[in-house]
Design a protein around this ligand. Structure first.
Ligand code: ADP
Ligand code: MG
Ligand code: MG
Length: 906
């Protein structure tokens, strides 16, 4: 028996279901499901994602052979339900051939509409419908899409417009009209002919007239579109594996371009930008498919309230709005009523915000797609909490609904309200994707990438965006477009990326040739600054200052829910009282890593530090360290105070000493003067500190072991600060951490120095502080001998940056030369310094936790590398029973959410 590759749907029946998205793609699975729950969908069939993978193995000819029987039967099934025949001029069936992967990749792959047309079929359709305008409009669209997707027609240069668009412009001029929809039947026929001619000229292929040949061409082209550049890039950005493949859905066409009782549109059951529970969307009368999202005509609103809000922003008064831009609710009330009922039905069925496509053909409503809508971080949190309050989902589901990484958007700055009052609004567009963005204007995607690579913040300004602009959009702070609505490509993609976007700012005049944009009478050049408010749609001249975000409202409620379910706590990495405060406000339960080295760099401190490094005797070093002591004490006091009542884990000096001395002539001269020695002495000392492998050299506890007075000074500073705070009535909770331990005896030796110093300090202050002495596990040997080390260490903190470095044997500072090649060739799937390598490094960690706890039950274990803020790594830490993860302040909410999800998923 051969494998089933094709799944039918239509007339309230389907072979697929919503939970078969891996096999049928999201689109195919939901088309099946909509059939099953009584939503009107044109009939058709879906070819599986596995077949796409097969296509890449066996090639086009073989796949056509393998599919032939099933597709022929499926076409017959569709013909029967539609009561017409594919390729029959008297009563033709036209179909769309649509891509659809497991995860939604809007606009990244290809779709072909109106397939099955040729000259004969077109004439047959004219006879049947009496509507030649509609027929030739469909025909020219088909030739255009097929030419582009299957036959590979392209503009020759990036500045050129699409070759088909160029022909349309030409024909419009010949006829003397401005809008596509005003093209006469004769002009449309001309388009079909000229398109075919252009295709022949550029590609050498004749346009296929046989509908069956067209169908196979389209199916295989959709398979191929899985591997087009923009789809590959999108998958990379979203972490979607190449192995998933796309399904192909072939379905009967319904026509939104049959006249004024026909329309096509896109709608959302809630607001994808801010999460508001308000049905919304856009539609165009007498239009087809991509017209709404392509931004060529500015679409109208579906609901009256949406339309009124839109008009207010556009400065259009109510009378004009009703006359010229009525909402669907007003213009087609019957259809609107059905649409509204069905969107609500779908949201209740899927228990999530839906993003839907529909078409109205001569007064009858059809659904063409539904999916869980992409949304901004703000909308994600609000919708999850609203659905919870509405009783549609439970608490755990609400937590699982939110993507940790997406919280990042809520942590970004917003425009400073005061500064906004002063700022000059130069134009107003649609609030397509919220946030504040400020940067220099660029006009092309590759310019955006280049400028960004050179360290500039850029705003990409376009007439409209297309999927080719993806990489540029990713590099920009924000996107401003002249055309396109809330569901335009720019808007949808920007929201998915969490990028600020203002779309449809109709009054701006973009000129790609001169690289200028005219806004409100002023000409802005490439490189000029503007600021965008994606939440209101306002555009400002120049740079508008921003201010930090805060945790409140729905966001806070979500975070509280996380605390209810989490087992893993989240601490922060902070070296200053300010960072500690920021992290606390974001819910950090303590500090997991305070690096002391950063404290040595401010002017007076660095002088004393250098004096210490220069000294060749213990006395000399002690003298210099005595100068450092008050600075260190003050620094620790600040941090302990900011984290009062919470643990603060302070790491003793870690980096090699050569990082503190100047390596250039000028710097060495200054140092010589400051130290009162000659430059040669400085040079000699600097040279003596040079190492071949500094990362594996004289650093970490090796410093403390060779210069115990450093450990003593730092311990004294920490504990004196704590004693003073205690006397002031505070509750300091210091932890002292010895870095880079590989051997138990290293730790023992340092612990003795710390304990001895502690006794002295407590005697001096006449008080005692409870504190713990722990170690970092960051050398593989430490992980391997964790059961020895835990006999002395009171806690473990996994320094996964060094542990990754030493486990892989990659120098973190030198990976740039080979890592990109590794990633490109899939030797590594991800950068192990960003995403914890669970298979390798993870084994060492898991083993060390187990071994450590075998001799010290309940040993506290945490992670403090960069990985502590990366969701999959945090989940791993939770899974193996760590006590906390520590990350930078702005990642604290992300780690809290990931930790809660790990507990719920468990
Ligand atoms: P994408 O995944 O890029 O959204 P789709 O496959 O959804 O591409 O199709 C592009 C457009 O064509 C959509 O607006 C869709 O609603 C429309 N469309 C697809 N199939 C049909 C059909 N059978 N009849 C009418 N419109 C269709
Ligand atoms: Mg779609
Ligand atoms: Mg380290």
């Amino acid at each position: 028996m051969s494998e089933k590759r094709v799944y039918l749907f239509g007339n309230g029946k389907a072979e697929g279901r919503a939970d078969m998205r891996n096999l049928l793609g999201g689109k195919g699975a939901n088309l099946a499901e909509m059939n099953l729950i009584g939503v009107p969908v044109p009939p058709g069939f879906t070819i599986t994602t596995d077949t796409c993978n097969e296509y890449y193995k066996v090639g086009q000819a073989k796949i056509v052979e393998l599919l032939s029987d099933e597709v022929t039967k499926a076409v017959a099934h569709t013909e029967e339900l539609m009561n017409c025949k594919f390729g029959d001029p008297k009563n033709p069936l036209l179909v769309s051939v649509r891509s659809g992967a497991r995860a939604s990749m809007p606009g990244m792959m290809d779709t072909i509409l109106n397939l099955g047309l040729n000259d004969e079929v077109a004439e047959g359709m004219v006879a049947k419908t009496g509507n030649p305008h509609f027929v030739y409009d469909s025909y020219r669209r088909f030739v255009q899409m097929y030419g582009d997707v299957v036959l590979g027609m392209k503009p020759e240069n990036k500045e050129d417009i699409d070759p088909f668009e160029a022909i349309i412009e030409e024909v419009k001029e010949e006829q003397g009209v401005v809008l596509d929809k005003d093209l006469s039947v004769e002009s449309l026929k001309k388009l079909v002919e000229r398109f075919k001619k252009a295709i022949k000229e550029q590609t050498g292929s004749d346009f296929p007239t046989d509908p069956k040949e067209q169908l196979w061409g389209a199916i295989c082209a959709v398979f191929r579109s899985w591997m087009n550049e923009r789809a590959i890039l999108y998958r990379k950005m979203e972490g979607i594996p190449d192995e998933w493949g796309t399904a192909v859905s072939v379905m009967a066409m319904v026509f939104g371009n049959m006249g004024d009782t026909s329309a096509t549109g896109v709608c959302f059951s809630r607001d994808a930008g801010n999460g508001e529970n308000l049905f919304n969307g856009e539609y165009l009368v007498n239009a087809q498919g991509e017209d709404v999202v392509a931004g060529i005509r500015t679409p109208q609103q579906i609901t009256k309230i949406g339309s009124q809000r839109w008009a207010e922003r556009a400065g259009i008064d109510e009378a004009e709005r009703v006359a010229k831009y009525p909402s669907m609710e007003e213009a087609m009330p019957e259809i609107y009523k059905q649409l509204n009922e069905l969107q609500d039905k779908l949201e209740h069925h899927y228990h999530d915000m839906q993003d839907m496509e529909f078409t109205v053909q001569e007064g009858k409503l059809w659904f063409l797609q539904t999916r869980n809508g992409k949304r901004t971080g703000t909308a994600m949190v609000k919708i999850a909490m609203d659905l919870l309050h509405e009783g549609m989902i439970d608490e755990k589901t609400a937590v699982l609904r939110c993507e940790p990484q997406k919280l990042d958007e809520l942590l970004h700055p917003v425009f400073d309200k005061k500064a906004l009052l002063q700022a000059k609004v130069i134009t107003q567009g649609l609030p397509a994707s919220p946030g504040a963005a400020c940067g220099q204007i660029v006009f092309h995607a590759d310019d955006a990438q280049e400028w960004h690579a050179d360290g500039h913040k850029v705003i990409m300004v376009r007439i409209e965006t297309s999927p080719e602009d993806l990489a540029g959009m990713a590099s920009a702070e924000g996107i401003l477009t002249a055309r396109g609505g809330m569901t335009s490509h720019a808007a949808v993609v920007a929201r998915g990326m969490g990028k600020c976007c203002v779309s449809g700012a109709g009054s701006i005049n973009v000129d790609y040739k001169t690289k200028t944009v005219e806004i409100d009478g002023t000409v802005y050049k490439e490189g000029d600054y503007i600021s965008l408010n994606g939440t209101t749609g306002q555009v400002y001249a120049g740079q508008v200052p921003t201010k930090a975000a805060e945790l409140s409202g729905d966001f806070k409620e979500l975070m509280d829910l996380c605390d209810k379910y989490t087992k893993l706590q989240v601490r922060t990495n902070a070296d200053t009282p300010h960072d500690a405060q920021v992290a606390r406000a974001f819910g950090a339960k303590g500090i997991g890593l305070t690096r002391t080295e950063h404290m040595f760099f401010e002017d007076k401190k660095i002088i004393a530090m250098r004096e210490m490094i220069l000294a060749d005797t213990v006395e000399g070093r002690e003298k210099a360290l005595a100068k450092l002591l008050p600075y260190q004490k003050a620094d620790f006091k600040g941090i302990l105070e900011a984290m009062d009542g919470c643990p603060v884990n302070i790491r003793l000096l870690d980096p090699p000493l050569h990082e503190f001395v100047p390596h250039d002539q000028a710097g060495q001269e200054v140092m010589a003067k400051q130290m009162g020695v000659d430059v040669a002495t400085i040079k000699r000392r600097v040279a003596s500190l040079a190492e071949n492998n500094p990362m594996l050299g004289h650093r970490g506890c090796r410093l403390g072991i060779t210069f115990p007075e450093i450990t003593a000074m730092q311990t004294r500073a920490i504990l004196s600060a704590a004693c003073e705070l205690k006397k002031e009535g505070k509750n300091p909770m210091p932890e002292i951490m010895v870095p880079l331990i590989g051997i138990l005896y290293e730790f023992k030796q340092q612990k003795e120095v710390i304990q001895k110093t502690a006794k002295e300090v407590f005697a001096e202050y006449g008080t005692e502080i409870k504190f713990e002495i722990g170690t970092m596990i960051e050398i593989p040997r430490a992980a391997l001998t964790a059961d020895k080390i835990a006999t002395e260490a009171e806690y473990f903190s996994f320094g996964t940056n060094d542990l990754t470095q030493m486990t892989f044997g990659y120098s973190r500072d030198d990976i740039a030369s080979f890592l990109p090649v590794y990633l490109e060739n899939k030797i590594l799937k991800v950068d192990p310094f960003q995403v914890l390598d669970q298979n390798g490094v993870g084994q060492l960690i898991e083993m060390a936790v187990e071994k450590g706890r075998s001799v010290r039950p309940g040993l506290r274990c945490g992670i403090c590398g960069e990985h502590g803020g990366e969701p999959s790594s945090v989940k791993f830490c939770a899974k193996i029973g760590m006590n906390y993860a520590s990350c930078s302040p702005f990642r604290v909410p992300i780690a809290r959410l990931a930790a809660a999800q790990a507990a719920i998923e468990d």
